[in-house]
Design a protein around this ligand. Structure first.
Ligand code: SF4
Length: 157
């Protein structure tokens, strides 16, 4: 990617990236459980493979905790992460609906996944109101993406 004439990359950034860049996105960590073991995994021992939820650094026990954290930072959007969020698809759909119902459609929600979601999963996420997906295929797939389930999923998304 190259910067435009003014030296800016903004024209190439998605709405989700622009919102992150403003520091206006809440990070919603929906589970520490993950079926992978990436050598670069940044999760702490407190979170890795633990069934815990955090909104930024706030431990989430109820939906009210999520909403309170979003209000406390005037969040314009939310990035959903983990662990592997799509091991908890229903929970993810629930939080997307919760945030959109409370803050409106314009509350921008994106999701990170290391999986290649199937059509039914993509439909469920889209139905809940998800705005963007960031695909993070595992390293062993990086030179085999063409024709893979990741390519199909990315195209469908
Ligand atoms: S997919 Fe993400 S959470 Fe899972 S092991 Fe890799 S870096 Fe860690």
């Amino acid at each position: 990617m190259q910067a435009d004439e003014s030296g800016s990359y903004s024209n190439f950034l998605t709405d989700g990236c622009l919102c992150c860049r403003e520091g206006a996105k809440m990070v919603l960590f929906v589970t520490g459980i993950c079926h992978r073991d990436c050598f670069f995994c940044p999760l702490s021992d407190e979170r890795k493979n633990k069934d815990v939820i955090f909104a930024n650094e706030r431990l989430v026990l109820t939906d009210a905790d999520v909403l309170e954290e979003a209000r406390s930072m005037d969040a314009k959007g939310t990035g959903i992460t983990g662990g592997e969020p799509l091991l908890e698809l229903e929970k993810v759909a629930h939080y997307i609906r919760l945030l959109k119902n409370e803050f409106g459609k314009e509350h921008h929600v994106h999701l990170y996944t290391s999986t290649a979601p199937r059509d039914e999963e993509l439909k469920e996420l889209a139905g809940a109101g998800l705005d963007e997906i960031r695909f993070h295929p595992p390293i062993e797939m990086w030179d085999k993406l063409s024709g893979s389930a990741y390519e199909k999923s990315l195209t469908a998304a």
